[in-house]
Ligand binder design. Structure first.
Ligand SMILES: Cc1cc2nc3c(=O)[nH]c(=O)nc-3n(C[C@H](O)[C@H](O)[C@H](O)COP(=O)(O)OP(=O)(O)OC[C@H]3O[C@@H](n4cnc5c(N)ncnc54)[C@H](O)[C@@H]3O)c2cc1C
Length: 390
């Protein structure tokens, strides 16, 4: 079989891979991106219309340069593509619980977010329950002791559009896209890496693997031990007519009880759609990817409405407009892994981006492209190294 030669191969063209391929092509590398489907698609972790973005990333300060840089890259891509990618509608983080809370593995998420904003000079307002009710009547039912954090520079990004914009730009800059081709093997031999995908063979100096929920099966140990894939459900509930839930609302994260399951997040209604998207985070892992049930049942929709909308959010009915299943790929500490593969030389692994990766993806793509082409990145990625687990 004739081998096709490139400087860099990107495996997986979802959030991380599309960003990496775009940045490699922009930097003049001869790059190819390979995906088992035709991205953007609904089989992985990057679909469902919207993703929350915020600068004060309560998951930790190492993320802040990534999200800041990503916001700039989304704007650059908007100017190039003419697409709306980043809606800066603000983000409202609220805790409305009488007991200590846990969210994304972080205790007291609202307080942590506020503290980070103060430390890093991020514009924000701290709101009392009555201020939240006055400005955002859709959260009228919150407890009297609730606290809120409002960040005007946050909002949401459109994942499918971001991926498409970066892949189109990459193609225009000379990158090759190979879709409907599953990478079956990755072999390091001296200074090169060989890949087989579908009925084609590729060879390159460097490979970046961004395989999302398929990372463990493609990469083996230690990823199969470290990564857990968790089924997530997204719900769009119809708004009341007339509704007090306005289209110019911020994205929101609401923790309304002590356990990790007492939290939800959601988005302003997309103009003209008449519905509000809301979701929770689930951390029970699948025993195999074949066990991923891609259908949302009526009972699951009822449970979602009863536990997270009723008595928490006003202006929304229990009528389900649509639903979708997506997957998180989670590490034991909920933080990313962006590092060299420990046994495959010249292979960088980028994909265990848990439930909070999209907002950082544009800058992660840029940083890994810099690492591949120049040996180091402008943004420090050391917090995401594999070594922290050993
Ligand atoms: C329900 C849900 C809500 C989320 N909400 C937020 C949010 O509000 N804010 C936020 O910042 N983040 C959020 N995230 C996280 C964010 O969306 C993910 O971190 C990010 O999209 C993951 O991107 P990825 O590139 O790692 O994976 P994916 O986008 O799934 O891409 C992986 C790609 O690899 C391809 N692939 C896999 N194996 C192979 C192979 N062997 N050969 C070829 N191709 C292969 C797949 O086809 C796929 O296209 C959410 C995630 C989910 C699931």
């Amino acid at each position: 079989m004739r081998e096709e030669r490139f400087d860099v191969i990107v495996v997986g063209l979802g959030a991380m891979g599309a960003a990496a391929l775009y940045q490699l092509a922009k930097d003049g590398a001869k790059a190819v991106g390979i995906d088992r489907y035709v991205p953007p698609h609904v089989q992985g972790s990057s679909h469902g219309d919207t993703r929350v973005t915020r600068l004060a990333v309560g998951e930790g300060p190492a993320y802040i340069p990534l999200v800041r840089r990503s916001h700039l890259i989304w704007r650059e891509l908007e100017a190039q593509s003419g697409e709306d990618l980043f809606e800066q509608c603000g983000v409202l983080v609220m805790t409305s619980s009488g007991a200590p809370t846990l969210h994304h593995g972080v205790a007291d998420f609202t307080a942590r977010t506020t503290e980070l904003a103060r430390q890093h000079g991020i514009a924000h307002e701290v709101l009392t329950a009555s201020q939240i009710r006055m400005r955002f009547p859709q959260f009228g039912p919150i407890r009297d002791d609730a606290i809120g954090y409002f960040e005007p520079e946050g909002g949401f990004v459109r994942p499918e559009r971001c991926i498409a914009a970066q892949l189109n730009a990459a193609r225009e800059l000379g990158a090759v896209l190979v879709t409907d081709a599953t990478v079956r093997s990755i072999r390091s031999e001296g200074a090169t890496v060989r890949i087989k995908a579908g009925d084609r063979a590729f060879v390159a100096d460097k490979v970046i693997v961004c395989a999302g929920m398929w990372s463990a099966s493609l990469l083996g140990e230690p990823f199969s031990t470290l990564l857990k894939v968790c089924r997530q459900k997204l719900f769009w509930f119809k708004l009341e007519a007339p509704s007090i839930f306005p289209e110019d609302s911020p994205s929101f994260i609401l923790t309304h009880g002590p356990s990790e399951t007492d939290a939800c997040y959601g988005f302003p209604p997309i103009p003209g759609e008449g519905s509000m998207k809301i979701a929770t985070e689930q951390y029970s892992g699948l025993h195999s990817l074949d066990a991923l049930d891609r259908n949302v049942s009526e009972a699951e929709a009822e449970e979602m409405f009863r536990s997270h909308v009723l008595g928490q959010i006003a202006g929304v009915t229990s009528d389900l407009v649509k639903a979708s299943v997506c997957a998180y790929t989670v590490t034991p500490d909920h933080n990313f892994i962006i590092d060299e593969h420990p046994t495959l030389a010249n292979v960088t692994v980028v994909s265990a981006c848990s439930g909070h990766g999209f907002k950082h993806s544009a800058a992660i793509g840029e940083a890994v492209a810099q690492r591949c082409l120049r040996g180091q990145s402008q943004i420090d990625l050391s917090a995401f190294s594999l070594r922290r687990f050993f």
